[in-house]
Design a binder for this molecule. Sequence first.
Ligand code: FA5
Length: 332
Amino acid sequence: MDLDLDAHLTAAGAAVADAANLDALAAVDAELLGKRSVLATVRSQLGGMEPDQRKVVGRRVHEVRTEVERLIAERRSVLAAGARAVVLEAERLDLTEFDRGRRLGHRHVVTQTWERLEDLFVGMGYTVSEGPEIEDEWHNFGALNFPLGHPARDMYDTLYVEYGEPQSTLLRTHTSPVQIRVMEDQEPPIYSIMPGRVFRSDTADATHMPVFHQIEGLVIDRDITFGDLAGTLEAFTTAYFGAGFTSRLRPSYFPFTEPSAEFDIRRPDGSWLELGGCGMVHPNVLRSCGLDPEEWSGFAFGFGLDRLALMRHGIDDLRELFRNDHRFLGQF
Ligand code: FA5
C-alpha cells in the first residue's frame, strides 16, 4: 500500500505538471483529490485495517494528500500568472503617440479659455464667483422668474437628482442660478462673472454636449442701460477674438431678462455661431433677491464657454474637445 501511494504521488506530480491551463488543472484536481480519487478510496479502506497498519497508512495518505494539494496550488499560481500576462498583452495600449522628449502636459483648451476669460473680465474690474453644480429648483428656475409649470422650463432638458421632493433638486442647466446666489450674498454694486459646468440631457453633436461650460456675467448698479450691455459685449468680443470677428444681438426671450437678446459671433469664414444669451435683469428677479428695481438695474449675459474655445481655435466639432486624444489637444 505504501509503495502504491509513492507511485501515485509521482504520477500525480506528472499530471499536475502536464495541466496546460486552469481548466485542465481543475479537472486534475477533481481526479486526484475528489470523492472517487485513489486517495479517497484508500482512506475509505482504513476502517478495515489493523490498528498499527491503519496508523501508518493513514499518516501516509495525509502526507500524500498535502503534497498533492501543494503541487496543485503551485501550478495554479503559475498558470494564473500566465493567463494574466495574456490578458495584459491583449489590452496593451499604443503609447507611441506620446513624445518621450516632452514630458510636461498643459492645460486643456477649455481650461485655457476659462482662465483667459477670467483674466479679461478681471481686467475690466469684475470679480469671479462660483456656485454649486447640484442646485435647488428655486435658484435654477423659481428665482429666475420661471414660475412652476411655466413652459419656459422646457427650454432646458433638465436632469433631476433623486433627493427631497420630486423635481426639487437638479443638475444646474445654466450658470444663471449663480447670479441669484451672488445677489443674495452681496450688496450692489455688483460686477461679477461666474464660470462653471452645466448639464442638460442634450444629445452630443458638433455644437452640443450634455455636460458643457458656461460663463455668466452680472452687473447690478444704478442707472445701468441696455447700451452698457451692448458696449460691454462689444469690448469683450474685440478683446477676446481680435480682428476678423464681429458680433450681433438678436431679439430673444429669457424669463429672467427683459428685454432679452441672443449674442452671435461671426467667424472669419462668414458663418455665425450662437454664443449666448443676455438682457436687462428682470425686475421680478431683482425682487426675488431683495433688491428694489426702482433703485437698482442691471444686465446679465451667459455664454457657452466650450463654443468660445471652438470659435477661437477654428475647431469645427465640439466633441473633439472631449475625446481626450492627446494628438488633438496637444495642438492648443
Ligand atoms: C442660457 O443658458 C441662459 N442662462 C443665458 C443667459 C444668461 C441669458 C443671462 C440671459 C442672461 P441658452 O440656453 O441659450 O441660455 O444657453 C447659453 C449658451 O450656452 C448657448 O448660446 C450656447 O452657446 C451654450 N449651450 C447651450 N447648450 C449647449 C450644449 N448642449 N453644448 C454646448 N453649449 C451649449
